[in-house]
Ligand binder design. Structure first.
Ligand SMILES: Nc1ncnc2c1ncn2[C@@H]1O[C@H](COP(=O)(O)OP(=O)(O)OP(=O)(O)O)[C@@H](O)[C@H]1O
Ligand SMILES: [Mg+2]
Length: 265
């Protein structure tokens, strides 16, 4: 079971330039993968294509063997859930509960199942104190958790989070970890785009680097986050602990403060 992206190229409607060019990657069920890379590299475009919001101009995307070109977005969404980079692009209800329940009602799930999924999604994303508020009155970083709750409730096998760490404080980052652990425990694949290398180093096993509309590296995080030429090409700074380790001449591939202090002491 996997999402297989094979040599896809895509241009946005009305745009002459390509947004991604000949991109390939495979995301297996149950994996935790981070996509990193400079602004405009094509990260969001790639994952929107996986969710079938758009269809590739060239190449193929298979979701558990099914070609997305032969399905509608509504048919792929139960399998591949995408949490938008900007929550305002995703939210369209004037009520938190309605927003979370919308897809579940569209799918005509039994009332008891809808209630169970809604409550679990509210708890795991920590948005209980905000359920009575209008979605657009909720502070932006927490509004992001509402959009995550929507996808948690749908419970697709592949969950894609587009820059969930942007603007998050300590509470947000800890809550995000809770969500990811919950999803992993349920056997879901979690694919996350992030510019926060500390977060990537802490939470992911595999890292994909994108630059200039393409994938330039894909592998184990300790290997990828120490490929300095690749990171430079993608305009990404290594985690601070890795920068310090290199500056003081530690040869081990340090990725966090705990490892750094152990190496120094
Ligand atoms: N709706 C759109 N219409 C036209 N071009 C777009 C649209 N969205 C993105 N692009 C272009 O497609 C290319 C890839 O953009 P994309 O949003 O996938 O990058 P990204 O890696 O997610 O960047 P960021 O880190 O800034 O979110 C960029 O050149 C961008 O300007
Ligand atoms: Mg993006």
């Amino acid at each position: 079971m996997a999402i297989e992206v094979k040599n896809i190229t895509f241009s946005y409607p009305g745009s002459l330039a390509t947004a991604v060019e000949n991109v390939s990657m495979t995301i297996e069920k149950g994996e935790r993968v981070a996509i990193i890379g400079q602004n405009g590299a094509g990260k969001s475009t790639t994952v929107k294509l996986m969710n079938n919001i758009y269809k590739p101009s060239k190449g193929t995307i298979l979701v558990d063997g099914i070609d997305t070109k032969e399905r509608t977005t509504a048919q792929i969404a139960p399998h591949v859930g995408y949490v938008f980079q900007n929550p305002n692009d995703q939210i369209f209800n004037d009520d938190v509960v309605k927003e979370i329940e919308y897809v579940l009602r569209y799918r005509k799930l039994p009332e008891e199942e809808i209630r169970k999924r809604r409550e679990e999604a509210i708890d795991v994303t920590g948005i209980r104190p905000y359920v009575e508020m209008h979605p657009f009155d909720i502070p932006l970083p927490i509004r992001k958790f509402l959009t995550i709750a929507v996808v948690v409730a749908v419970s697709p096998d592949y969950v894609i989070l587009d820059e969930p760490t942007a603007g998050q404080d300590l509470w947000g980052c800890a809550q995000l970890k809770t969500v990811m652990d919950y999803l992993q425990q349920k056997g879901k694949a979690v694919l996350t785009i992030s510019h926060d290398m500390e977060y990537v180093a802490e939470n992911f096993d595999r890292v994909i680097v994108m630059a200039h509309k393409n994938v330039i590296a894909d592998g184990e995080k300790r290997d990828i986050l120490y490929r300095m030429d690749t990171l430079r090409e993608a305009h990404v700074k290594p985690p601070l602990s890795a920068q310090i380790a290199q500056a003081v001449g530690i040869r081990d591939k340090i990725l966090n403060l705990k490892e750094l202090s152990a190496a120094i002491l």
